[in-house]
Each structure stands twice: as structure tokens, then as C-alpha cells.
Design a protein around this ligand. Structure first.
Ligand code: C2E
Ligand code: CA
Ligand code: CA
Ligand code: CA
Length: 277
């Protein structure tokens, strides 16, 4: 027993990364999935710190595979981006979100803001702003209830700035996802029309454990407040994290401490219980 721990193998979880064979299979079936309408959207509530109310939802795609069941986005979005299929898939996701939003409003719920993730590849379309606003308009939705999440790594791609300005002018909210994880975050704030930042989970994890993470979060909140930006923290799981963010005036919280991403029917129940409160 003394020598236990020596000569141990690292055990890798193969489910974390699909192997090469699986990747090829996914690549081939993504096109079929699109044609057969196998994508669905889960929604994760975003909570206002001051009122505790659900003030927004983030739309997170899932693939309902006929034989493999529910496939998480990390297993196919990177492949969809590589193949360019993210463009039609992204558009389909926006349509699903708009359908759902229209259904909730038709059922009598007050309009709720829904955040949609945009991939860099989608900005390669010259008419992205036009396409988005046309889908939203067809569903008779006010753009102020659609938030567009952009990840930092892709924000500066050529041609992106005009599209973002045009979307902002149409009334969409622009938010920077995974804020602080790339190398030129502050430059993005300076150059792009941004309404909101999402503090990445990697910083939130360090609350009550790592003074550097705490200092960085405080600094982000200060910069955001000086620039009049809304701040949401994502990946909030513990009471310690929540109270730290509360004390430092973070506006909104998204994380398992409140809700995991859920299918639309469960969100309907949540919205119903909130409106009777
Ligand atoms: P993301 O945009 O950063 O989304 C947040 C991810 O963190 C989600 O994973 C969510 O379920 C997870 N999460 C939320 N709260 C917590 C928490 O408290 N603890 C932990 N451990 N995790 C939490 P999900 O749904 O698996 O999505 C993963 C990524 O896939 C997303 O990261 C996004 O980059 C991408 N993705 C998802 N849906 C779409 C989409 O419709 N379009 C595009 N382009 N990408 C998407
Ligand atoms: Ca996101
Ligand atoms: Ca994120
Ligand atoms: Ca992320």
C-alpha cells in the first residue's frame, strides 16, 4: 500500500472529447440533423440581483440525435463551426427562439429578453444584420428582447464592426460572452458597441478561493459601471460566489445555484409561477 500512487496512469474521460471516428460521424449527420429539424433549445434563466426575478434567458442549443439521444453543444458546435454549418444552424436556432418567444407572448406572458449565441462564422454573411432583423420582425418581436452574445475571440474579425453597429441601431442588445478570457478585452469595450458583459465562469470559480480572481472581478465591475454597461456573472454555483457578486454590485446572475438550462415547457412553468407572485 506504501507504493500506491506510483506508476499510476492518468485516466482520461473519453466522453469529454469525441474521438476521430465520432467526429466524422457527427460531421456527416449534422447536415441530416438540420434537414430533419433535430435541434432544440434549452433556456437558462438570468436573475436580477436586486429583485431576485428572472429577467432574461440564455438560449442554449441541444441536438436530439435519433440514436444517441441528447448531444451537448460542446460535442458538435466546434464541428459545425469548422464545416461552416454553424451558419444555417445558427439561423435555425434564432428561428426556434423567436417561435418560442412569440408563443410565450401569445400565451399572455410579458415579453422576456432572450440571449442568443452568435458564432464568428455567422458574421461572414454580409447581410447578417438584415437576416437577423428579418427573422425577428417576421415573428413580430421587438429587438430589445433579443440579446446577441458574441465571444471575444471572434469579435474583431474583419467586417464585424459594421454588422454590430447596424444591429445595435436596430435595437438589439450586444453582449460580450466569456469576458476577460481573451487578450484584448478592454480594446473590445473601446471599439465595439457593447451593452453588457458576461463575467466568465473561470473567474467566478475563484471567489472565496483566489484573491486574484476576486480582484479581477471587482475591477471588471468598476470598469463596467464607469462605461454604463450591464454585468452578468455566469457559472454561479455557491452561496459564497453569489454573496460576493451581490456585495460588489453585479447586476445579474446566471448559474446552477438558481437554474440549469431547461426545456421550454419547464420555463413556461417558471414564468407562470413568477407572474402570480
Ligand atoms: P456559453 O455560451 O459560455 O454557455 C454557458 C455554458 O455554461 C452552458 O453550457 C451552460 O449550461 C453552462 N453553465 C451555466 N451555468 C453553469 C454553472 O453554474 N456551472 C457550470 N458548471 N456550468 C454552467 P452548454 O449549454 O453546454 O453550452 C456550452 C457552449 O456551447 C456555450 O458556452 C456556447 O459556447 C456553445 N453554444 C451553446 N448553444 C449555442 C448556440 O445556440 N450557438 C452557438 N454558436 N454556440 C452555442
Ligand atoms: Ca453564451
Ligand atoms: Ca459564456
Ligand atoms: Ca464559454
Amino acid at each position: 500500500a506504501k507504493d500506491e500512487g506510483k506508476n499510476q496512469f492518468r485516466v482520461y474521460d473519453v466522453t469529454l472529447n469525441p474521438n476521430a471516428e465520432e467526429t466524422i460521424e457527427i460531421k456527416n449527420s449534422l447536415r441530416v440533423a438540420l434537414a430533419n429539424d433535430e435541434f432544440i433549445v434549452y433556456y437558462q434563466p438570468q436573475i436580477a440581483v436586486d429583485t431576485g426575478q428572472v429577467v432574461g434567458l440564455e438560449a442554449l442549443v441541444r441536438w436530439v440525435h435519433p440514436t444517441r439521444g441528447l448531444i451537448p453543444p460542446n460535442d458538435f458546435i466546434p464541428i459545425a463551426e469548422e464545416t461552416g454549418l454553424i451558419v444555417p444552424i445558427g439561423e435555425r436556432i434564432l428561428q426556434l427562439v423567436c417561435n418560442q418567444s412569440r408563443a410565450w407572448q401569445d400565451a399572455g406572458f410579458p415579453p422576456i429578453r432572450i440571449a442568443v449565441n452568435l458564432s464568428a462564422r455567422q458574421f461572414a454573411q454580409k447581410d447578417l444584420s438584415q437576416r437577423i432583423s428579418s427573422i425577428v420582425g417576421k415573428h413580430r418581436l421587438d429587438p430589445q428582447y433579443i440579446e446577441l452574445e458574441i465571444t471575444e475571440s471572434l469579435v474583431m474579425k474583419e467586417g464585424m464592426q459594421p454588422a454590430l453597429h447596424s444591429l445595435r441601431e436596430k435595437g438589439f442588445t450586444i453582449s460580450i460572452d466569456d469576458f476577460g478570457t481573451q487578450y484584448s478585452s478592454l480594446n473590445y469595450l473601446k471599439l465595439l458597441p457593447v451593452d453588457k458583459i458576461k463575467i466568465d465562469r473561470s473567474f467566478v470559480k475563484g471567489i472565496a478561493r483566489d484573491r486574484k480572481d476576486e480582484a479581477i472581478i471587482v475591477a471588471m465591475l468598476l470598469i463596467a459601471s464607469r462605461l454604463n454597461l450591464t454585468v452578468i456573472a455566469e457559472g454561479v454555483e455557491t452561496v459564497e460566489q453569489l454573496s460576493f457578486l451581490q456585495q460588489n454590485n453585479c447586476h445579474e446572475i446566471q448559474g446552477f445555484i438558481f437554474h440549469k438550462p431547461k426545456p421550454a415547457e419547464q420555463i413556461t412553468e417558471l414564468l407562470a409561477s413568477q407572474s402570480h407572485r
